[in-house]
Write a protein that binds this ligand. Structure first.
Ligand SMILES: [Fe+2]
Length: 308
């Protein structure tokens, strides 16, 4: 079978497109899978999860909230073939991130050993994910180097916000499909090796992360990968009319009702596992007591979820 993501292979694309659209329209509940024990998912549970991932590139997992802890989560993700984390060559506790709004404390440094140690003296509150502000559409790790792209992530809710904090989710393959239908030129522009650049992150004169230059859409081992951020600051788009048109078309997708965007507020015990689909987060109001405030656990992987 020809590569459906090759712009010269229209028949392969049409076939892939028809298969992709067959699952839609659908509701987020169609992505739901209950897992009895996070640390020991059964073969039937794994098969149910993989069927959702195969169709939607994501699944909504429900587990016992008390079962969500580091080792159980790592056992679960290992069962899905996820081994190489974004933070480490091997999935271990250092790859694990606690996502909570940082308190307004100037000495609230990025904790060492939580996947943020490279941030040095930058404070967690400098990074929007660690605030209660809205988080615009993106895929994870868009600022990573091309060979360290994030293939998959999981996000589990331990405690929900007092109000808000809903996620928006859009299968990146569906975004590709909509853009290619609108104009194959959009895909060509977004596949350019210099389509999107993220400048280096420099803090106190020290380079904490090198610049990242690469395409938005790329094909890796036959699978479509997307690298994207809707943020307006600290991103540089290739300055051509085609790139600007494609970027605007992508931006429009997020407010259209016919592109099958999911909106969902995770409850305690629920998690998302995905092949790094597009996602965003609404702002939220939190409990004053840190012990009751919104808390999510996240792990990012260089691998994609194994479907075999
Ligand atoms: Fe994210």
């Amino acid at each position: 079978m020809d590569d459906p993501f090759d712009l010269s292979k229209n028949r392969a694309y049409s076939h892939w497109r028809a298969l992709k659209l067959r699952a839609y329209p659908c509701k987020i509940q169609d992505l739901h899978v209950h897992i009895g024990r996070l640390d020991r998912p059964s073969q039937a549970e794994l098969a149910a999860l993989k069927a959702r991932i195969d169709t939607f590139n994501m699944a909504l997992v429900e587990v016992d909230p008390d079962g969500i802890e580091t080792e159980a989560l790592l056992s679960f993700t290992r069962a899905l073939g996820l081994r190489r984390t974004d933070a480490n060559l091997f999935a271990d506790a250092s790859a694990f991130s606690r996502i909570a709004a940082a308190r307004a404390d100037p000495d609230d440094e990025a904790p060492v050993g939580s996947g943020h140690s490279l941030l040095g003296r930058a404070t967690l509150g400098d990074f929007v994910p660690y605030t209660n502000k809205p988080l615009s559409w993106h895929t994870d790790g868009y600022y990573n180097t091309p060979d360290q792209q994030v293939g998959a992530w999981c996000l589990f809710c331990v405690r929900a916000a007092r109000d808000g904090g809903e996620n928006g989710l859009l299968d990146h393959e569906m975004a590709y499909l909509q853009l290619r239908d609108e104009s194959p030129q959009h895909i060509a522009a977004l596949s350019h090796p210099q389509a999107l650049s993220i400048p280096a992150h420099v803090h106190d004169g020290r380079t904490l992360r090198a610049a990242s230059v690469g395409p938005v859409f790329s094909v890796r081992n036959g699978q479509l990968h997307m690298r994207y951020s809707a943020r307006a600051r600290h991103v540089l788009w290739r300055d051509t009319p085609d790139t600007h048109a494609a970027r605007a078309a992508l931006d429009r997708l997020f407010s259209r009702t016919d592109v099958f965007t999911f909106r969902y507020r995770l409850r305690p015990g629920e998690g998302l596992i995905s092949n790094n689909v597009l996602h965003c987060r609404a702002g939220f109001g939190d409990d004053e007591d840190p012990a009751k405030a919104r808390l999510l656990y996240r792990i990012r992987f260089l691998d994609r979820i194994a479907l075999d």
